[in-house]
Design a protein around this ligand. Structure first.
Ligand code: HEM
Length: 348
């Protein structure tokens, strides 16, 4: 009776049957895709890494270690560091610090459903960053995450753009086009002033450069670089399957005592007295601007600007840290002081 009624209904409106079948197929596809993305792929990658003797954290469904990482960072940020302490990894990257303590230097954690392998060896870092064929590409943001973030931030972004256009007409592209020649003249003037001051000051550039290098070693603005294997790749005798994130820990390599010596956590610009390549036996142990084909295109500009600023201040003022300064380095995209860096200037 019921079957007959159903058949009668289907005959009356066949498009409903088709729509129902399409919805069921889409649902099935979504379930299969989610299972593959959040469960089977992480399980397969986890097995492949552990089979080669690598150790790491246990995979947690969907989030991996992201929530635990955030919790440890919040906890670490409650405690500032003593003044002059440059051992900042436990505060800035508590999750990676604990990972290495528990599982050794060559270990992995989970960034969502993707394993994130730590590569602490500067020679391997060089191999990864020098690759020109895209086998170790920069990881792309997942499409799902892009959709979510576009949805979340679309209105804010639109408001921000309007605000910029209304309140600050300098952001209009016509204005920027007209500003370019002036910007060019300013740069030429800045370089000429720099060259003149260097011809008078003699060796002071080499002092300032060494200081900047040492600051970039202990406090690199970019504390790690990320790459992703796009196919199975062998590195240091280990086979990494496609889809593994490789974390190149700039901050940890820059202060590793096996590379920099016992004074790795001390501020000693002298170590750069014979240039970067002679500061350690590893050429790529110092890479605040990255390395290889994707090296920072702004590094010379950034260094020149910092040297100019430092030289201009040092010629006119002496300065010391203000008593209100708290040593609390932390990262929001880049590494910087959580409560600012207050200094007291005195006219020379
Ligand atoms: C102290 C200042 C700076 C530091 C520490 C720094 C650091 C870096 C690092 C580590 C990378 C490589 C990222 C990677 O390989 O994944 C990079 C890339 C880049 N930087 Fe900088 N940077 C600085 C200043 C600048 C400035 C002033 C500019 C522009 C004028 C700039 C423009 C770029 C661009 C466009 C890239 C991307 C290059 C590419 O992917 O091919 N940077 N930067």
């Amino acid at each position: 009776m019921a079957t007959r009624a159903l058949l009668a209904l289907r005959e009356a409106c066949p498009w409903r049957t088709l729509a129902g079948a399409a919805a069921a197929a889409a649902l099935l596809w979504l379930v299969a895709w989610s299972l593959e993305w959040a469960w089977w792929t992480p399980r397969r990658l986890d097995r492949a890494l552990r089979a080669q003797g690598l150790r790491g954290t246990r995979y947690r469904l969907f989030t991996g270690d992201v929530r635990e990482d955030a919790r440890r960072s919040r906890e670490a940020r409650t405690k500032p560091l003593p003044l002059g302490c440059h051992d900042i990894v436990p505060r800035v990257q508590p999750m990676f610090h604990d990972l290495v303590k528990e599982n050794g230097k060559l270990s992995f954690s989970w960034f969502g459903p993707t394993p994130r392998m730590m590569i602490p060896d500067p020679e391997l870092v060089r191999e990864i960053l020098s690759c020109k064929f895209g086998h170790f590409g920069k990881p792309k943001t997942a499409r799902v995450w892009k959709l979510i973030s576009n949805g979340l931030f679309y209105h804010e972004g639109e408001k921000w753009a309007k605000h910029r256009r209304i309140l600050n007409p300098a952001f209009h592209h016509e204005k920027i086009k007209r500003m370019l020649p002036v910007f060019y003249i300013c740069c030429v003037e800045m370089i000429t002033r720099w060259e003149n001051s260097m011809s008078h000051e003699g060796s002071s550039e080499i002092e300032v450069t060494m200081i900047l290098y040492e600051v970039l070693r202990l406090y690199p603005p970019v504390i790690f670089l990320n790459r992703r294997t796009c196919k199975e790749m062998e590195l240091g005798g280990i086979k990494y399957p496609a889809g593994v994130n490789l974390l190149l820990p700039v901050l940890s390599i820059h202060r590793d005592p096996t590379i920099w010596g016992k004074d790795a956590n001390e501020f000693n610009p002298e170590r750069f007295s014979e240039g970067i390549s002679n500061a350690t036996k590893y050429h790529t142990a110092f890479f605040p601007f990255g390395w290889g084909p994707r090296i920072c295109i702004g590094q010379n500009f950034a260094l020149l600007e910092a040297k100019m600023a430092l030289c201009t201040i040092l010629q006119r003022f002496s300065f010391e840290l203000s008593p209100s300064y708290t040593h609390a380095p932390y990262t929001v995209i880049t590494l910087h002081p959580e409560h600012g860096a207050q200094v007291k200037l005195k006219n020379l």
